[in-house]
Design a protein. Structure first.
Length: 220
């Protein structure tokens, strides 16, 4: 029996852990930490952590890779890829090392997802095993695969990352697609929930969206 067997896919969040990546340089934001940007009254990182908690994934099953939240959260694990700033796949690998083996599934999220409270329920409602898939990724309005707004089966995800580590000798600088692109993944429309913040314009857009000042609220 595999370690995925007999574990609920959808109804029980106790079978799900999360890895949140918060270690980027924020270069297009002038070097400002994305995790600490405030949208709708909370930092982006805290907004993601709040969304996970609301979905039944408490801090004890969450690993943050990079900058942690300003206030302590009981049980939250914070780690860092080595060397720092060596890329999202290296960060994901560091986070997966701390995910408990009893977690069948892992939500993998960037910290700069200001609509996480809408995204997390969408991912929790999916079945990453449908059709034999190894996970479910969101697809944004431009047709881009959002690797960091997704739900994966832990064991295949860990194995895929380890294959890249072994073949390259390191995860440093390796793109996410190198490990995740070959996985059999289902995809779902993100319904506008996976938008992220890379630029000052993105930040202004999201602050307007949350305040109701942007037309078409709820759509990308």
């Amino acid at each position: 029996m595999t370690d995925d067997a007999a574990v609920p896919c959808r109804g029980s969040a106790t079978a799900i852990a999360a890895v949140v990546l918060s270690g980027g340089r924020g270069s297009r934001l002038g070097g400002i930490s994305k995790a600490s940007l405030v949208v709708d009254g909370v930092t982006l990182l805290d907004g993601v952590l709040d969304a996970l908690e609301a979905g039944g994934i408490g801090a004890g099953r969450v690993t943050v890779v990079g900058e942690g939240p300003a206030a302590a959260r009981a049980g939250l694990q914070v780690t860092r890829e080595e060397p720092p700033f060596s890329g999202p796949l290296a960060a994901l690998g560091a986070g997966l090392e701390l995910v408990p083996r009893e977690a069948a599934d892992v939500l993998v999220l960037a910290c700069d997802l200001p609509r996480a409270r809408h995204l997390v329920p969408l991912l929790l409602a999916t079945d990453p095993r449908h059709g034999g898939a190894f996970g479910t990724v969101t697809i944004d309005a431009e047709g881009r695969t959002q690797w960091l707004a997704a739900r994966y089966r832990r064991a295949p995800l860990t194995a895929a990352v380890e294959r890249i580590r072994v073949s390259r000798g390191t995860l440093e600088g390796a793109p996410l697609r190198a490990a995740l692109g070959d996985l059999a993944l289902a995809s779902i429309d993100d319904a506008g929930t996976s938008v992220d913040i890379d630029t000052p314009e993105d930040l202004a857009r999201e602050r307007n969206w949350h305040s109701g000042r942007e037309p078409g609220r709820g759509q990308r």
